[in-house]
Design a protein. Sequence first.
Length: 260
Amino acid sequence: GEGDAEEVARGLQSMVLSLYDSFLTPDGSRVDFSRMRGSRALAAYVRASGALREGVSLSALASLPEAGRKALFINIYNALTLHASLALGERGPASPEHRGAFFGGDSGARYSIGGFAFSLDDMEHGVLRGSPQGDARSFEEGDPRLCLTVKLDPRIHFALNCGAASCPPIKIYDAGNLEEGLTLAARSFCDAEVWVEGGAVTMSKILMWYGGDFGASEGEVLRRVSGFMSPGPKRDALLALLEGGSWEVRYRDYDWSQNA
């Protein structure tokens, strides 16, 4: 039932938290994969992740409050990325030829949840981005997993860690801290990844790939991003460009090397 789903989710979240605590560098941006790979803590997590298959039903997950469902899938996405990066090694996201399969292919990262297979793409696009129409990675009409979709909150892009050095750092979310946690994740990411120099704005490619989640035009995206940033000279410079109506946007190359 619903309580079982929450219990399994809480148990996995606490194991993931202890894994991250044990093997993350102090700033939260890197994972010590070599130490983690042979650890008892990882073996225990792998065993426990089997409870997603048997101990959770889609209907129980669907009956969770939306904030709980969103937090659960952010955490499971980050946990699966970590687990699969360790298991698949050279076939992980750092390799351009394996990247598509890692996120969405049958040979890539996936968990069985309530008897249904979920790839990382299913979790991100099907559930957390609300299965947007016209995106081939969305759930198709009639897919039983559609009951899990949540309303798109573009701040999820600052919470999902895809196992690469340019990804946001890993944090743990729950229904109680989700709103504050996503606000902080958006602020810290945009403060660090948005630069204004002269008439040019340089940003992470995440804001190019998913620009449509933040706004219908470049100006809307920049205004949304400015709202995430801390008050200060950088935000003021961005707002001044927006007021002036003229700017150039550049996107930094994405560093896909493993965040280890």
